[in-house]
Design a protein around this ligand. Structure first.
Ligand code: ADP
Ligand code: MG
Length: 348
């Protein structure tokens, strides 16, 4: 049987790493991205530049691909739905619709009896007056946020007056969790009750941007088991196909909460490239292209450092040991707070 050609919507570093994993499996890739400089085009077999609602470009993309996936969640639902009418989109568009909206996402998780922080939708400033028990809290846009963008810490009603917020855009207020630690669990689901789960990864954020990820996470056995069980439950409930990441909070009383779900490969899983026999990227490609499922084996403990902004210049001029793996995202412009590359160090 000939192998399918994989279409990937989005052309950032995750698209690059998916393309590299696909190439290893002799799967051809086509990147569709609205950024002319999309780095992933350097690693894919074909690149289509166009806006995500340009029907001519969508058709060109469809003609060149057999199965379609995406590297980020903020793709218009309409685009995914249109594509899904002629070629399979995996994970399916309905999954993305839940997960790209913070309220729908938290409602979904709570319906599974899985704990999240307390939250409420906010449609008007005055409503905050009746939400004292959610303060201090984080006011977040319900859609389109990433790396802490669109989030405001609110200690009191007075804080709100200092901010100029357009509530018609849709906001959620989340009670601030007194964080002890953050972890994530990455799972690749192939079909009913068929999945591979990576061990929990410990994550450290700086300025709400992921800075370090490491395995093993220093957590209790109870938290380890609970986080994996919840990730499996979420993936099964969504009938998910592909790689998914669940981000968790652990509070100072050892309570576990789901923070959010990413319906895609995830930054905290970059270390799986070097620390496991099969990376999160390869597993995603295997799953959406219906290739063989291989049991996961950890090769090494590891720590990943995100290289942000102009720090990349230091790494571009550095020598590395045989335990260090540097990945330059080859982004055209260096910007502060922008993820420019990462370094994974294997730890024995
Ligand atoms: P993004 O979509 O930007 O990743 P998140 O909701 O994951 O948004 O928030 C980014 C980071 O901000 C989290 O990883 C965590 O460090 C912090 N954060 C977000 N929400 C809360 C919360 N309710 N309580 C405590 N910290 C939070
Ligand atoms: Mg997050």
């Amino acid at each position: 049987m000939s192998k399918p050609t994989l279409g990937i919507i989005g052309g950032g570093q995750l698209g690059s790493m998916l393309s590299i994993a696909a190439k290893k499996l002799e799967i051809k890739t086509v990147i569709f991205c609205d950024n002319l400089d999309a780095p992933a085009q350097k690693f894919s077999d074909h690149f289509i530049h166009g806006s995500y609602d340009d029907i001519k470009k969508i058709n060109e993309f469809l003609n060149k691909t057999d199965v379609i996936t995406y590297e980020f969640e903020n793709i218009p639902y309409q685009t995914l739905n249109t594509i899904n009418k002629s070629k399979p989109v995996l994970p399916k568009p309905s999954v993305n619709r839940i997960v790209q909206h913070r309220l729908a996402e938290k409602d979904f998780i709570n319906k599974l009896n899985i704990r999240t922080t307390m939250y409420s939708s906010v449609e008007d400033k005055s409503e905050i007056n009746s939400m004292q028990d959610l303060l201090p809290g984080l006011l977040k846009t319900t859609t389109l946020g990433y790396d802490g963008k669109g989030q405001h810490l609110i200690d009191s009603i007075e804080d709100l007056n200092k901010l100029d917020i357009d509530f018609s855009k849709g906001y959620i207020l989340e009670k601030l969790v007194k964080l002890k630690k953050e972890i994530s669990v990455i799972i690749t689901r192939f079909s009913d009750k068929k999945y591979e789960v990576y061990e929990p990864i410990e994550n450290v954020h700086e300025d709400q941007i992921l800075k370090f990820s490491s395995i093993p996470a220093e957590i209790s056995n109870k938290i380890l088991e609970q986080s994996k069980t919840w990730a499996i439950q979420i993936a099964e409930e969504l009938k998910y196909v592909g790689t998914l990441c669940v981000e968790f909070f652990i509070d100072r009383n050892e309570n576990l909460y789901v923070n959010e779900i990413a319906p895609r490969v995830h930054n905290s899983g970059h270390l799986t490239i070097n620390a496991y026999n099969v990376s999160q990227f390869e597993n995603h490609v295997r799953s959406v292209c219906k290739l063989e499922q291989i049991p996961l084996k950890k090769i090494s403990n590891a720590k990943m450092t995100n290289i942000i902004g102009d720090q990349i210049n230091v790494y571009r001029n550095r020598q590395f040991t045989q335990n260090e793996f540097f990945f330059d995202y080859l982004k055209k412009q260096i910007k502060s707070k922008r993820k420019m590359g990462h370094l994974t160090t294997l730890i024995n």
